[in-house]
Ligand binder design. Structure first.
Ligand SMILES: [Zn+2]
Length: 428
């Protein structure tokens, strides 16, 4: 046994020191968006070895030494950007099945749906997604299947079940009492919610999501009404921190938003009814806003056909316009944003449309791109791996025709996606 172990150690050491066995990929393009410096680099050469970026140089700098046998991906006429990160995704969801129509399907239907949706997200240029709430850890299962190479999809940061109060937005309120339907993350009181957070971690969650207020698509919840107390929210954050996890709070109403910021959540999801005080609190605490300002267009246009309940459509009408005003004001005051789209409320793979809305409502194109890259990586506490085309990070990048800083709508259709140095989408 000891001999075998020794032999293995030697083999591993040999692998680590022999560059001949390393797999190198070289990517060139017309320009590159450096999201960390907030500028573009002309004629970039990016070298990726074994999935991680080892060097990035631009015009005028000494060209790197390319090892023999390296794979080349030359993208003339194109701009390279870091792989996009969507911080608010529900993989196991399909907007076409609104209201009670989703009850037609067996439970595992939704995991199968998630497999297709993961592929659609990657095809759209999202090389990482944060899945903020799933049924029965389907997000963890899909992540494992992607990592095993069984299916294709983005890197996934899963939440498992969303935590929330009895009868709150993250409970199942569709069925009468005799069905005894309760979602897996539901609990009341600080200690019970801490237990729920521990359970999510136990089964593979990497972020804790909690529903601080009511929401648009739940039944019998006021969209703005606070549903977890400050004490409960603080307990959730304390537990997540103890476990080394980041946190996301679903919060539409002003009081719930403020309570979630005060409790120390990493990101506030939706953040629809912001006032200046809430925005300033977020800035002071370093809280990121994750505002899904595209999907209202889809819900209002298609909701009725998708059998969304009238009560839910009415709530969307209350929220949509107000949320965009809040977004504009938060950008004006200098709040920090991540890109969160609520994919699943609208069809996965069309989320790139949100970039143009972020610019329409006050951001520069660079700010919108940073929200989906550098800022998102920071909010995931993953700046060593994600969010920029920079040495040490994963070789995750996309390429678009022309210059997205002039025309942000180029991000609505991404022809080239590279994940870990591997060309996973090629529609050149
Ligand atoms: Zn959501």
């Amino acid at each position: 046994m000891r001999k075998l172990f020794a032999a293995c150690s030697i083999a591993i050491a040999a692998l680590a020191t022999a560059p001949a066995s390393a797999e190198t990929v070289v990517v060139t393009a017309d320009r590159l968006v450096d999201v960390l410096a907030g500028r573009t680099v002309e004629r970039p050469v990016v070298v990726i070895t074994d999935g991680r970026i080892v060097s990035v140089v631009g015009e005028g700098a000494a060209r790197p030494v390319i090892p023999e046998g390296a794979t080349r991906i030359d993208l003339p006429g194109k701009t390279l950007l870091p792989g996009l990160i969507d911080m608010h995704v529900h993989l196991d969801s399909n907007p076409r099945y609104g209201g009670y129509t989703r009850l037609r399907f067996t439970d595992h239907f939704w995991t199968a749906q998630g497999v297709a949706n993961a592929r659609a997200m990657l095809e759209a240029g999202f090389t990482t997604i944060r899945n903020v709430g799933s049924r029965d850890f389907s997000d963890v299962g899909i992540k494992e299947a992607i990592e095993e190479g069984i299916i294709e999809g983005p890197r996934i940061v899963p939440a498992g079940h969303s935590l929330g109060a009895t009868g709150g937005h993250c409970d199942n309120n569709l069925l009468p009492p005799s069905y005894q339907a309760t979602r897996g993350g539901v609990a009341d009181g600080p200690q019970a919610l801490r237990s729920r957070a521990r359970e999510q971690r136990k089964y593979g969650a990497e972020v804790i999501k909690a529903c601080a207020t009511g929401g648009v698509f739940s039944r019998n919840t006021g969209v703005g009404q606070q549903q977890l107390t400050l004490e409960e929210l603080s307990a959730i954050v304390a537990e997540a921190r103890q476990l080394g996890m980041t946190t996301a709070a679903h919060a539409h109403g002003t009081e719930g938003i403020k309570a979630a910021i005060e409790a120390g959540f990493t990101t506030i999801e939706h953040a629809s009814f912001l006032d200046d005080e809430a925005i300033r609190m977020a800035i002071r605490r370093g809280t990121f806003l994750s505002m899904d300002i595209y999907n209202t267009e889809y819900t209002l246009a298609e909701g009725e056909r998708n059998n969304v309940l009238p009560e839910n459509l009415e709530k969307e009408r209350q929220v949509g316009t107000r949320q965009r005003e809040s977004f504009r004001r938060s950008v004006e005051l200098g709040a920090r944003h991540v890109f969160g789209s609520d994919a699943g409320v609208y069809p996965h793979g069309t989320g790139g449309r949100q970039f143009a809305r972020m610019v329409q409502f006050g951001m520069t194109p660079m700010q919108a791109i940073q929200a989906a890259t550098a800022n998102a990586a920071e909010a995931l506490a993953r700046t060593a791996d994600l969010g920029a085309i920079a040495p040490g990070r994963f070789g995750d990048m996309i390429a678009v025709d022309g210059d997205p800083l002039r025309d942000i709508s180029l991000l609505e259709s991404v022809p080239v996606v590279i994940k870990g140095g591997r060309l996973v989408v090629d529609r050149r």
